[in-house]
Design a protein around this ligand. Structure first.
Ligand SMILES: [Fe+2]
Length: 388
């Protein structure tokens, strides 16, 4: 473990200004009232998901925010938030006469909160911001400020300008994209993840790995993202088992929270077949996002093998493994086993008769076009078949 030089909560602390202002470290949630004041936010709407509502965290955030503002808590997002829920959040925003959003939670609360802030500021129909239509609406900007507070170490949604929202009329998980969705300030306090259950720690942590890994393997010249993603991959392999098996270990939780931020920072390059299929499966079957990526991971690596052998061998070398594709694949299989990831997609409720439909849904996903090996329906079906 000598690769990592910082081994106490006091050392694992920092103020970062890339990709957005980030206050990182245990206990930093206590800075919330001052941050709201600094940004002139007097009436924030705290947007979170129903799952988190059953924990003490939202009430704790509400009381911290109330030290300097008239804050209101709205916990209307599902595990896979929908366009209807974003609209309801916008109504709550206007009813409260809010002037800012505190996006709180894992991916669900953060993505819903950022989408609420976008639509509250711009008005109209949410879906005009869904990729690829978002390419034509980038000139529109919301001025509603967002303060992001992650409660999981996985999605990294706190440091990126998009959100995944389900359009239940299709159904499809749409990528809502607008630069004004980038939070002004992130409070990344690993203490908020200490009570995350073992399974969610594993699933969200594997999501962080999938972001760093898929981003590194996208064939696009972006050496900054590659460097961040490569370190993020190793961080997940080295620290996720400890975070899963020793949930109260603030050092492991801190490294995983950093790895999640790095994943979302590196995936400005795009992602790949793991996420394209995972979005389709999530929209149709409702599976947890990180778990779905985790189950798919070894099969997508094998499908892409001919296109990624060289960078995967380089990753293996960096991780001090034998520099080969097979050595890295073994490390993924070992990690999955250690954190309790099922081996087959049929184990998480995906039915064989839906494979063709899922492949058709995944192909237009905004990540499918970034996959290192060209995708078509037959290729996506072959991944699902190998994973069943
Ligand atoms: Fe993800």
């Amino acid at each position: 473990m000598t690769f990592w030089q910082f081994n106490s909560a006091a050392e694992l602390r920092g103020d970062w200004f890339f990709p957005t202002e980030t206050r990182f470290g245990g206990g930093r949630i206590s800075e919330l009232a001052g941050i709201l004041d600094q940004h002139g936010i007097k009436r924030p709407l705290i947007v979170t998901d129903r799952g988190l509502k059953s924990t003490p965290i939202p009430e704790c955030i509400l009381s911290l925010a109330k030290a300097s503002t008239t804050a209101l808590l709205w916990a209307g997002a599902d595990q896979n938030p929908t366009g209807q829920q974003v609209t309801e959040g916008v109504t709550a925003f206007h009813d409260h006469k809010a002037d800012g959003v505190i996006a709180l939670g894992g991916g669900s609360g953060l993505d819903c909160g950022k989408s609420v802030a976008l639509l509250a500021g711009c008005g109209g129909d949410l879906w005009r911001f869904a990729y690829p239509r978002s390419l034509e609406t980038q000139a529109e900007r919301s001025s509603v400020p967002i303060i992001a507070i992650p409660t999981t170490a996985g999605t990294g949604a706190e440091v990126e300008a998009s959100g995944i929202i389900t359009d239940t009329s299709k159904p499809v998980k749409a990528g809502i994209v607008n630069l004004s969705m980038m939070p002004r300030v992130v409070i990344a306090d690993p203490e908020l993840t200490l009570s995350l259950p073992q399974n969610l720690t594993a699933w969200t942590g594997m999501d962080a790995l999938s972001h760093n890994l898929e981003a590194v393997l996208v064939k696009q010249f972006h050496p900054m993202a590659d460097a961040i993603g490569a370190v993020g991959v190793r961080m997940c392999h080295d620290w996720l088992p400890r975070a899963v098996n020793h949930g109260d270990d603030i050092v492991a939780r801190s490294y995983m929270m950093a790895a999640a931020i790095m994943g979302a920072t590196s995936f400005v390059k795009g992602l790949g077949a793991m996420h394209a299929l995972s979005h389709a499966i999530g929209a149709l079957v409702g599976t947890q996002h990180g778990l779905t990526n985790a189950v798919l991971m070894p099969y997508v690596l094998q499908f892409n093998r001919t296109a990624i052998e060289t960078p995967v061998a380089a990753l293996a070398r960096y991780m001090e493994l034998e520099p080969s594709f097979d050595a890295y694949l073994s490390a993924v299989l070992d990690l999955s086993e250690r954190v309790g990831i099922p081996k087959r997609i049929t184990d998480i409720g995906v039915a064989r008769q839906d494979f063709e439909r899922l492949a058709v849904m995944a192909l237009p996903d905004f990540n499918a076009g970034c996959n290192p090996r060209a995708l078509d329906v037959a290729g996506l079906v072959s991944i699902l078949e190998s994973a069943s």
